[in-house]
Design a binder for this molecule. Sequence first.
Ligand code: UDP
Ligand code: MG
Length: 149
Amino acid sequence: MDRTFVMVKPDGVQRGLVGEIVSRFEAKGLKLVGAKLELLPEERVVEQYREHLEKPFFPGLKSYIMSGPCFLMAWEGKGVVAIVRKMVGATNPAEAEPGSIRGDFALDIGRNVIHASDSLESAARELGIHFSAGELVDYSRIDEPVLYE
Ligand code: UDP
Ligand code: MG
């Protein structure tokens, strides 16, 4: 089964949105297989956002992500990477659809509440940056037989 990396950013943690965000993914039927609250060290922020290192917004992005604790999660399910990206919404909250997390809870591209991996490859890479193998848990959700055809 596919897995993806999702992170409530410091603005989302400070605004008390962790529970609401976890609830949405749980209600969808996705399985939480790892979670922790952490102040991210600089090297992991740089590693996660390495594609953006040369972008003008990178210094601001780095200080935003390091401004407080992040809530890091691993979610599992059929097609989970694309499903979670859709539930998260467009990068710029002004363009994110109502009903998406960014569409419902954010206003500014630089304070967009949540991160989610954009492909299976980046999901594997980002999970590897933030979680050790022992921190990801294999188990069954009791409702799996009725969630999947
Ligand atoms: N970002 C920003 N300004 C920009 C573009 C991106 O502050 O003009 C930040 C924003 O927090 C975004 C993150 O950099 O979520 C990573 O950008 P990406 O294009 O990968 O968007 P995402 O994958 O998060 O939707
Ligand atoms: Mg991205």
